[in-house]
Design a protein around this ligand. Structure first.
Ligand code: DX5
Ligand code: ZN
Length: 213
């Protein structure tokens, strides 16, 4: 199981310190949540901050764009240091074009589905994806409650990827903790994102180990 802690729950006044904690941990990637205040109700940060995260991070940056028409910014996020770039199905008019643009820019590409978007909508794009990210909360904020229907969607997606693109990773984001992590793995998830579970833990390094087991 791969783990991608979300820096949205880090201390923005001490980002370098928190990134160095993750560097020294057993986590696999750093999850970077970019929000535009239009696609989601919240605004987080943009390319200049991602560039600084890249300066200190010694693990791949898993950049989750919660912005409208993300195709406009593919090269900017590549230049800022994204290794994996995921875009929302609901935010792209020309999803196929955007996914190819991400690959052509030299990054791994992924599609994100909101909780209300059916897995079946990926039937004609999963072949292109290195990863699909299922939201297990409505995006916009850390610390929300996990939506139970996600288990069912992970199983549906596992069936779809086995049929159409067995190399495609399944990532789950929102409300992930040490209680639901084993159930998500059993359902077929490959990568878990965790914000509050890691950064609000009294022992983040140990929680990272537990989330990966
Ligand atoms: C939510 C973000 C998540 C969030 C997860 O919109 O995409 O990555 O930071 O935080 P937790 O794990 O606290 O739900
Ligand atoms: Zn995210």
């Amino acid at each position: 199981m791969l783990l991608s802690p979300s820096l949205l729950s880090a201390d923005f006044g001490n980002l370098q310190r928190d990134i160095e904690m993750l560097n020294s941990s057993q986590c696999d990637w750093l999850h970077v949540d970019v929000m535009d205040g239009i696609f989601v109700p919240n605004i987080s940060f943009g390319q200049p901050v991602v560039k600084h995260i890249k300066k200190y991070a010694r693990k791949p940056l898993d950049v989750h764009l919660m912005i409208m028409d993300p195709g406009r910014y593919v090269n900017d996020f590549r230049d800022a240091g994204a290794d994996i770039l995921t875009v929302h199905y609901e935010a792209c008019t020309h999803l196929d074009r955007t996914l190819h643009a991400i690959k052509d820019a030299g990054m791994q590409c992924g599609v994100v589905l909101n909780p209300h978007t059916p897995v079946a909508f990926l039937e004609d794009s999963v072949q292109i994806c290195d990863m699909v990210l299922l939201m297990s909360v409505n995006p916009g904020f850390g610390g929300q409650k996990f939506i139970e229907n996600t288990y069912c969607k992970v199983r549906q997606l596992r069936t779809l990827v086995e049929r159409k693109n067995p190399n495609c990773l399944i990532e789950v984001d929102g409300g992930v903790n040490t209680a639901n992590a084993p159930l998500l793995r059993d359902a077929g998830a490959d990568v878990l994102v965790a914000g509050n579970a890691v950064f609000k833990s009294p022992d983040p390094l140990q929680t990272i180990v537990e989330l990966k087991q």
